[in-house]
Design a protein. Sequence first.
Lengths: 116, 115
Amino acid sequence: DVKVTQSSRYLVKRTGEKVFLECVQDMDHENMFWYRQDPGLGLRLIYFSYDVKMKEKGDIPEGYSVSREKKERFSLILESASTNQTSMYLCASSFVLGAGGGETQYFGPGTRLLVL
Amino acid sequence: AQTVTQSQPEMSVQEAETVTLSCTYDTSENNYYLFWYKQPPSRQMILVIRQEAYKQQNATENRFSVNFQKAAKSFSLKISDSQLGDTAMYFCAFILGEGTYKYIFGTGTRLKVLA
């Protein structure tokens, strides 16, 4: 079974703090994703990575950065946390089927972040 | 641009009954994939069902089945013999068949199964 883990289930931070959210997958997946989940907005893509040290911006990258130094690990960084970044953050991974695409994503349990 | 719409924010169903969750999408492409994901309360999101657009046959997984209407761009999820464990948020998702890693998610439908 694919396992995707996230470093924290709940996190409380102060405005202006630098916040690190870590995600680890154990299935040698090439692709990893960070989403933000807010009520009524569904999942919105922040960043994704298709290989070590490779990343692409998603729909809402402002205020976030990412790091992927090893294939199994994908970190999301909030450079200076703000109250509007209070949210649920979901990590996901998938392997590459090839040109056909359509890979299933496997999700972590999520980190609920509260910024005060 | 592709979009996914789930028009039912909340639904409820009695245990053992059948419920259908709606999803419509918009694309001008012909090669794509559709998914239903389930997110139980405080638990991990998991895949329920996956459909390749080029396959006319509707995908099924035990009590879960889809009604895929390609011309109408509709992808509804039917849950038969609903169980209390089906209580969850359900997300419809779409991805093109090639050239992108970007999934498009709907806003979700919160389903409550009543005892």
